[in-house]
Ligand binder design. Structure first.
Ligand code: HEM
Length: 133
């Protein structure tokens, strides 16, 4: 049964599942492995997953806990491309659609899309094709 509410526990499950998939993805894994290593149960990952739990809890419910700024680390990951973000969004969409009801999955996805668009903009990856809306 898909979750029809959002809470700390199911966000934790979603985040863990998403990064497990990302770590097996040929396109995205190298960025994460360079920063955080290969072991999802390792120290750096543990911290990252906790940050992401708090981040999504704030985004989806307004419950405070995350007080960082999501963009800055992405400026130091090496050459990210628009396609990398598209891949990230595709994998994220699959996971939230599997775990949550369509309404909730859509809300997660909309938020991630807005952020990805901001990151793409901040990284100057829009310069070559201005046609996207
Ligand atoms: C190609 C796409 C992406 C890649 C490769 C990527 C990779 C990473 C990596 C490696 C970190 C950890 C950096 C560190 O702690 O040293 C990170 C942090 C983070 N990412 Fe991403 N990311 C991507 C897209 C996104 C998107 C679209 C979102 C939001 C929806 C997002 C949200 C975050 C947040 C909230 C953090 C934690 C920031 C903090 O430390 O406060 N990322 N990302």
């Amino acid at each position: 049964m898909p979750y029809d509410t959002v809470n700390r526990e199911n966000i934790h499950e979603m985040v863990h599942e998403f990064y497990g998939i990302v770590l097996k993805d040929d396109m995205l894994a190298p960025f994460f492995i360079r920063s955080l290593g290969e072991n999802l149960d390792g120290g750096k990952w543990h911290e990252h997953l906790q940050t992401l739990d708090s981040f999504w809890l704030l985004m989806m419910t307004g419950i405070s806990g995350y007080s960082g700024d999501p963009f800055p680390p992405h400026a130091f990951l090496g050459q990210l491309s628009k396609e990398d973000f598209q891949r990230w969004l595709e994998l994220f969409k699959e996971v939230v659609n599997r775990l949550y009801t369509p309404e909730i999955a859509e809300k997660f996805y909309k938020k991630s899309e807005i952020l990805a668009a901001q990151f793409i903009d901040n990284l100057g990856l829009n310069d070559e094709d201005e046609d996207d809306d």
